[in-house]
Design a protein around this ligand. Structure first.
Ligand code: NIG
Ligand code: FE
Length: 390
């Protein structure tokens, strides 16, 4: 296996506090790192870099772990431009729009769905995402949910069963029957493709009792829970996430003090999705309040055609810094190490020995520029498992 040293790194974000400046980002200035096969073998000051087979000059750029986007909905067809336009003219977001995408997704062929997924993944990769989670949730029949998961599983290990996105229109008069389907035959068909189970716990989707039943059924089948919680209103989602030891409670826009305390005292990550508040003109989640309480925060895109049609983690970092009270350091940590925590992974989201060699270079001397230069395509290089892909 050949090894490569990357030298002349102005700022290296390791996310290992035992390295560099001792901050959570473990920053090393004037740094180098060694990639051996698909792993990081060494990180440190440039002057101490060991000899290797190959050498790459980073040109005084910043190097970071690739982004870990722990929340997206990428198996879908069609778009919702009209709904977005209506919102920007004053209409408010409701979960009902999901039905439009369900109809388009059911009508699409496997090939169309896969082509869409591949296109959005390529878009995300160019913007620095090297690990991503994605969900079903736009099929809502046993056949359509399981094919979405089968298509997703060909592209990532982080696949989430979201049969409980909304009550299927086919069960409009029988929500209990739909919960029985999601926890029965549909779960049986979907579990082989998924690592996670999710539910949209919200008025107009599933209430706390339904959500508990759905996540518990998934747990009994060996799936790990994560939840769409407290997005559009206050509700039981966050407390349920903590009760069930969900890896993540996602959105967290409307939180009581008890919700914040519960997250802070748990291993459940609060995953914030500012693309959704941007695209629905909703109030921002209060990242500062969560961080000050001691909760672990992740930042992800929520990329989907309804509430957040962005695949750009850098855009989410900029929003989180501008509007959610995060410092640039906190936002970069949340989009890398935070995403890894939300997926209960320790092999990604950091650049220290033993980690997967998933890294990005920025056309900037430091990670701070991701927020300081919003909207600028700063990602110039992307390595995944030690191989340069961008
Ligand atoms: O995370 N909140 C539920 N699901 C998505 C939106 C899906 C849609 O509008 O199509 C979300 O925002
Ligand atoms: Fe979502």
């Amino acid at each position: 296996m050949s090894s490569t040293v990357i030298t002349n790194i102005a700022t290296l974000v390791t996310n290992d506090p035992s390295l560099g400046d001792g901050s959570p980002l473990g920053l090393i200035q004037d740094a180098a790192l060694v990639v051996d096969g698909d792993r990081i073998a060494w990180t440190g000051e440039s002057s101490k870099a060991p000899a290797t087979d190959n050498r790459v000059d980073a040109g005084g750029r910043a190097v970071l772990p690739g982004f870990v986007d722990s929340h997206s909905h990428l198996v879908f067809a069609g778009d919702r431009t009209q709904e977005f336009n209506a919102r920007m003219s004053g209409r408010s977001y409701s979960a009902g729009g999901i039905r439009t995408t369900v109809a388009a997704t059911r009508a699409a062929s496997d090939e169309e769905l896969e082509a869409n997924l591949t296109r959005y993944l390529a878009e995300a990769l160019r913007q620095g995402t090297t690990t991503f989670e994605t969900k079903s949730g736009y099929g809502l029949t046993t056949e359509d949910e399981s094919r979405a998961l089968r298509i997703a599983a060909a592209h990532t290990d982080e696949v989430t069963y979201l049969g409980a996105h909304i009550v299927s229109p086919d069960y409009a008069d029988d929500p209990a029957g739909y919960v029985a389907l999601v926890t029965g035959e549909m779960l049986d068909a979907c579990a082989p493709y998924a690592r996670w189970i999710d539910v949209f716990c919200e008025k107009g989707a599933f209430d706390g009792d339904q959500a508990r039943a759905i996540l518990s059924a998934g747990k009994a089948r060996g799936l790990h829970p994560r939840i769409h919680a407290n997005q559009l209103s206050y509700g039981p989602g966050v407390q349920l996430a903590v009760e069930l030891d969900a890896a993540s409670a996602d959105h967290c826009t409307h939180l009581t003090d008890a919700d914040v305390d519960a997250l802070a005292g748990s291993a459940t990550v609060a995953t914030l999705l500012p693309g959704a508040e941007f695209s629905t003109r909703a109030e921002w989640p209060d990242a500062r309040r969560l961080l000050d309480a001691g909760a672990t925060v992740a930042l992800s895109t929520d990329c989907n055609p309804g509430s957040s049609f962005t695949s750009s983690v850098p855009f989410c970092i900029a929003l989180a810094v501008r509007d959610m009270g995060m410092t640039p350091d906190e936002a970069v940590w949340a989009a890398t190490a935070g995403g890894a925590r939300a997926l209960r992974r320790d092999d990604v989201g950091r650049l220290s020995p033993g980690a997967r060699a998933d890294l990005i270079t920025l056309d900037a001397p430091s990670h701070v520029h991701l927020a300081y230069r919003p909207g600028v395509p700063l990602v110039t290089g992307v390595w995944r498992r030690g191989v340069r892909e961008v």
